[in-house]
Design a protein around this ligand. Sequence first.
Ligand code: FES
Length: 196
Amino acid sequence: MIELETTTPFFQDKQEVVDEILSRYPEEGRRSALMPLLWEVQRAERYISEARMHEIAEIVGITATEVKGVLSFYSTYHEQPVGRYHIQICSTLSCALAGADEMYDHLVNELGIVNGETDAEGRFSLQKAECVGSCGTAPVLLVNDTYYERVTKSRCRHLLEALRRDEMPEPWRERGGDNEGAEKATPFGGAEGGEA
Ligand code: FES
């Protein structure tokens, strides 16, 4: 409760943002603004605290418990702080068949954290996710809300190297291949297994 009394409201100086979001929906559909409001907070703070839940509940005219219910339904929203780069690995069937388990093991080894953890530096967090809707380009991982598809070992390595430099690489343009060269295009879970 102390948090609720002392935290400066997130939207205090963002009335224009609130108005724009609310204007997308009719008055009777005000609660539809919940998702974009949650997203505004998460994008800025990387998670949604109890105080923010109460604030958003008040804006859309529902209870904080209802906000929390929505929040816990969607794995894209976080109730606890996550790393600056929140990596979600799709672990559902198409991605599993394309090597998602091996990709997860690779990331665990590289980052020293497991599913649900954040590293000590607060840079990386790791989370297994259900289907993220891009099954045709498996295996897929997300960094925050950016999709990286057809992830090979070399792509994964380059992605981590860039993130360690605090560079967020553009998602690769070639959806069907690895332009690092055939010898580096080793897939996760593939029989070739040539690249560490
Ligand atoms: S199974 Fe991974 S995106 Fe659908």
